[in-house]
Design a protein around this ligand. Structure first.
Ligand SMILES: [Zn+2]
Length: 254
């Protein structure tokens, strides 16, 4: 899509999680994709109209190149590009979102404006994490899912990072900071663990075992803990409506 023009945009339904923006297809038609970037869980296509096409994949959204014109019932948006490429947004559960926002105002968008640092950036470390968690009475796992604390971390990798850092998902978020907001050792361990689990996930994304047997704790309820010399097993419980997986033996509040 980068560098190509939208020749035609086909919407197969009026909405995904939310309705498409007004005159969505017409506003895209004829525009060139100047750049493709990402912020947190959002993909951003900068257009020659100076608008930004904002895309969230939701739970099950993905893009696929359409070959031989074989449509899938879950291809809800089809982009025909000037390069000849035909790209479909496929989303069986339709939790995805597409929006158009003015370029200069992208950072004021409700979703992007208050977003925290990118976890793999140099700006994200134990000090930044402790500062964001200081005074927060919510559980540490829930703080990690708050996009204002750290951008782009989701339910799976929040559990994974807490396990790698040997921290309990139940402990208060504020416990990783001193009263003054300075980082405790746990904040440094957790920030480092977040970087490690995300970097490993990106490395593995092209491999065959993308979703299978690559998690430390996620979806492993009842299985032995992978921590060396830990005899515990993985427990699942619900936090904020989402499943958390952890080992009560080696993940202690600290
Ligand atoms: Zn363990």
């Amino acid at each position: 899509m980068r560098g190509a023009r939208f020749r035609r945009v086909v919407l197969r339904r009026p909405d995904l999680r939310k309705p498409f923006p007004e005159r969505f297809a017409e506003r895209l038609r004829g525009q060139t994709v100047r750049a493709l970037t990402r912020r947190g869980k959002y993909l951003l296509a900068e257009l020659s109209s100076r608008e930004i096409l904002l895309i969230h994949l939701g739970m099950t959204g993905s893009f696929r190149g359409v070959i031989n014109d074989a449509p899938d019932p879950h291809d809800h948006v089809v982009f025909e590009m000037s390069s000849g490429a035909v790209i479909a947004f496929n989303d069986p559960r339709r939790f995805g979102v597409m929006d158009l926002v003015p370029g200069g105002a992208a950072e004021q968008h409700a979703a992007l404006g208050r977003m925290g640092p990118e976890p793999l950036s140099a700006g994200f470390d134990g000090t930044a994490l402790a500062k964001a968690c200081a005074g927060k009475r919510v559980a540490l796992k829930l703080a990690l899912l708050d996009q204002r604390v750290v951008a782009g971390l989701g339910n799976i990798y929040a559990s994974e990072a807490l396990h790698l850092a040997h921290l309990s998902p139940r402990q208060r978020a504020s416990s990783i900071a001193s009263r003054g907001g300075a980082p405790r050792d746990s904040a440094h361990r957790l920030a480092a663990a977040i970087k490690v689990v995300l970097a490993r996930a990106i490395e593995r994304q092209s491999g065959p075992a993308y979703r299978r047997s690559r998690f430390r704790v996620y979806d492993r309820e009842g299985q032995p803990c992978p921590t060396r010399r830990c005899s515990g097993s993985i427990v699942r419980f619900t936090q904020g409506g989402r499943s958390t997986f952890y080992c009560p033996t080696c993940q202690r509040s600290s």
